[in-house]
Design a binder for this molecule. Structure first.
Ligand SMILES: [Zn+2]
Length: 401
C-alpha cells in the first residue's frame, strides 16, 4: 500500500480540484468515491477486519491515476518563491531535475507535441529549434508518412535547419505503432534511477552557485570566482597580479600576508560577507546585490575602526614578551621536560642565560622510570637546583662560546 498515491491528503486533493476550477458538486462526488474506501488485510489466509484509511487514493481504480496527476500538477507548475523553506526548495530542485531529464521516445507520435515537448534525442536541446512555425501541425505523428512508415523529410525540412533535420531523421520509427513513452535521458535504458538522477544533480551542484562557471573548490572561493573578483574591484582592493606557478589559493594567501592592515581586514570581511550571502542564496533563496555587499563591508570596516578608537586599542601586533633577562650578574635557568609513556622516560633540557641575554650553558639528559608528564616536569627541577647550588659545575655544561 506504500505508493505515492497513498500519501495524498484528501484535503489537498479537494483544494487542488477546486483550484483547477472543477465544480464544487463534482469535487464532493469525487471525494465520496475516494473517502468511502476500506481495506482488509489477508495474513496467513485470515482476513482482518475492514478498516478505513485517513488518506490515499483507491487502488485499482482507473480514476486514481488522474486524481494523483491533479496533485502532481500543482508541484510541477509551482514557483520556488522568494522565501522558500528548505523542504520546498528541495522539492522544486528535484522537480527541475526531473523535468530537465525527461525525453519522449517516439512510438506512434500521437501523444507528443512537435513544438513544446522534449523529443529530439541527445543530452541537451531536446526541444525542437524551429525556423518556421506551422500552426496546423501539432503532434509528431503528422510528420510521419503512414503509408511508407518513414519521416516526411520534405515537410520537416520546411521548418527546421539541417542539423535538426538530421537528428529527427535519425529517430527510428516504430513499425508496430506502439504508444509514445516518457524516458529518462541520463540512463542508457531510459528509465529514471535515483543513481543517475543523483549523479546528474552532483554535476550541477559542484558548480559555484554564484557564477555557475567553475567547480566550487578552495581555489575558486579564494580567487578565481568572477563574482568575488567583481566584489574586490568594487572595494578597490589591491591584489597582487596573478602569475607564476601560484594557484589562486596561494596567491590569495600571498596577497593577504603582504598586504597592509587595511587590506587584510577588507579581504577577511569580504570573504566572510560573500560566503554568508552565498549560503542565504543556496539555502533560503535570498538573492543579493554586489552593491549592497560592498556597502555592508565598508560599514563593517568603519565599525571596527570606531571600536578600536573608542577602546584605544592599537591594531594588534604580536610582540608579547616571553622571556626577560635576569638581574645584574645573575644567571637565569629555563628548563623543560618531555615525557614518553612507553618506556616511561623523560628528556630534560636546561638553558642558562646571563643578564646580557647571553647563553652561558645548556644541557640535555634522560631520566628513566618517570610516572607521568607532571612527574617529569617535577623531576627536572632536581638537577637544576643541584646545578644552581653547585654554582654551575662547568664540566657538565656544553659551553656556548
Ligand atoms: Zn563562482
Amino acid at each position: 500500500m506504500s505508493k505515492a498515491c497513498d500519501r495524498v491528503e484528501w484535503d489537498f486533493l479537494a483544494g487542488m480540484m477546486l483550484r483547477l476550477s472543477f465544480h464544487a458538486d463534482w469535487v464532493v462526488l469525487i471525494l465520496r468515491c475516494v473517502c468511502s474506501v476500506s481495506y482488509s488485510v489477508c495474513l496467513n489466509r485470515d482476513m482482518s477486519e475492514f478498516f478505513v484509511p485517513s488518506r490515499g487514493l483507491r487502488q485499482g481504480n482507473p480514476l486514481s491515476l488522474y486524481l494523483f496527476l491533479f496533485c502532481a500538477e500543482d508541484i510541477l507548475s509551482a514557483k520556488v518563491g522568494s522565501y522558500p523553506s528548505f523542504t520546498w526548495r528541495s522539492i522544486c530542485g528535484a522537480r527541475d531535475l526531473i523535468v530537465e531529464g525527461v525525453l519522449w521516445r517516439i512510438g506512434n507520435g500521437t501523444r507528443v507535441n512537435i513544438w513544446n515537448d522534449p523529443w529530439i534525442p541527445g543530452k541537451t536541446d531536446n526541444r525542437l529549434a524551429f525556423t518556421d512555425f506551422i500552426p496546423h501541425l501539432s503532434s509528431v505523428n503528422q510528420l510521419i508518412d503512414s503509408s511508407t512508415n518513414t519521416w516526411n523529410k520534405e515537410l520537416i525540412s520546411s521548418f527546421v535547419d539541417e542539423d535538426q533535420l538530421k537528428r529527427i531523421l535519425a529517430i527510428p520509427i516504430n513499425r508496430h505503432k506502439l504508444a509514445d513513452t516518457v524516458t529518462w535521458k541520463y540512463e542508457a535504458t531510459g528509465e529514471f534511477s535515483v543513481r543517475s538522477g543523483y549523479r546528474k544533480k552532483l554535476v550541477v551542484d559542484v558548480l559555484c552557485p554564484l557564477c555557475k562557471k567553475e567547480p566550487e573548490d578552495a581555489d575558486h572561493l579564494l580567487g578565481s570566482c568572477s563574482i568575488l573578483q567583481q566584489l574586490w574591484r568594487g572595494l578597490q582592493i589591491n591584489m597582487n597580479p596573478v602569475g607564476g606557478t601560484l594557484n589562486f589559493k596561494d596567491h590569495f594567501i600571498n596577497s593577504f600576508l603582504t598586504g597592509d592592515n587595511y587590506n587584510k581586514q577588507v579581504l577577511a570581511i569580504s570573504l566572510w560577507a560573500l560566503w554568508n550571502r552565498r549560503n542565504k542564496w543556496v539555502h533560503e533563496g535570498v538573492s543579493f546585490s554586489l552593491q549592497e555587499t560592498v556597502f555592508f563591508i565598508w560599514g563593517y570596516l568603519q565599525e571596527i575602526c570606531f571600536c578600536y578608537e573608542r577602546l584605544k586599542i592599537p591594531p594588534q601586533n604580536i610582540t608579547e614578551k616571553f622571556w626577560s633577562p635576569p638581574e645584574y650578574r645573575a644567571i637565569k635557568l629555563n628548563f623543560d621536560a618531555s615525557f614518553q609513556s612507553n618506556p616511561k622516560t623523560s628528556m630534560v633540557a636546561v638553558i642558562a642565560r646571563n643578564y646580557k641575554c647571553e647563553v652561558v650553558g645548556a644541557i640535555t639528559y634522560a631520566v628513566e622510570d618517570v610516572v607521568d608528564a607532571l612527574a617529569a616536569e617535577a623531576r627536572a627541577w632536581v638537577p637544576v637546583s643541584v646545578m644552581k647550588l653547585a654554582d654551575f659545575d662547568r664540566k657538565n655544561w656544553l659551553q656556548n662560546k
